[in-house]
Design a protein. Structure first.
Length: 211
């Protein structure tokens, strides 16, 4: 399991359909049932508002957003602690499991009743060991999912406010393992401002918690 959270912004790729929608909306304002169709604000009137698209470099945000770096370190510590708990819980169980396996390998001619009992013991130990590991892994996955959701909400909330202030219609994520934007002019790269704003908000939260 990777004890790390990272940015994965949901991308809106409806820009290409904007003009088509505007053209059809002029002649198709009602449905077949004569119900009024709501026309998006950007496509109302005689002219279409120019769409403003900006992008954020997700790799830079993952590397420089303090929330991500701190929470990722926290997950790594939890992963290490979980591994230690698993090893401690395995302890004598793992030793007994290995002993039974070795006994079965060195006594191939044991009576059937003994073989069945041995098989049941091995199966019970396997189930117990797997259960211990799955409980720890499940708890870590839950924590990782919660942090990922928090990250998504924080970034989306900030971008909604930031985009409204800057008059931006769409923000696209440019990331090495999530490549949606094939090219973007530096003039529309808002990465630095977004990272600075997100870090400022996070540091303000920490200051309130630890005055």
């Amino acid at each position: 399991m990777l004890a790390k959270i990272s940015l994965s912004i949901s991308v809106l790729l409806a820009i290409a359909f904007g003009y088509l929608f505007w053209k059809t909306s002029k002649t198709t304002q009602r449905t077949d049932s004569d119900e009024p169709v709501k026309v998006a604000q950007a496509f109302q009137g005689d002219s279409v508002k120019a769409t403003v698209v900006a992008f954020v470099n997700g790799d830079s945000l993952n590397a420089n957003y303090r929330f991500i770096s701190e929470k990722s370190k926290d997950l790594e510590l939890k992963l290490k602690a979980a591994d230690e708990r698993v090893q401690k819980a395995f302890g004598s169980r793992q030793e007994e499991y290995q002993r039974l396996i070795e006994y079965a390998q060195t006594h191939p001619d044991m009576p059937e009743s003994e073989a069945l009992a041995l098989q049941e013991s091995i199966g019970a130990l396997e189930a117990e060991l797997n259960g211990i590991q799955q409980r720890e892994v499940g708890a870590l996955k839950k924590k990782e999912a919660e942090l990922q959701e928090q990250l998504q909400n924080r970034v989306n909330t900030f971008l909604k406010k930031f985009s409204k202030e800057r008059g931006i219609d769409y923000v696209i994520n440019q990331q090495s393992d999530f490549q949606i934007l094939l090219y973007g002019s530096d003039a529309y790269d808002i990465t630095s401002e977004v990272i600075a704003g997100l870090n400022a908000e996070y540091e303000a939260e920490l200051s309130q918690k630890n005055p």
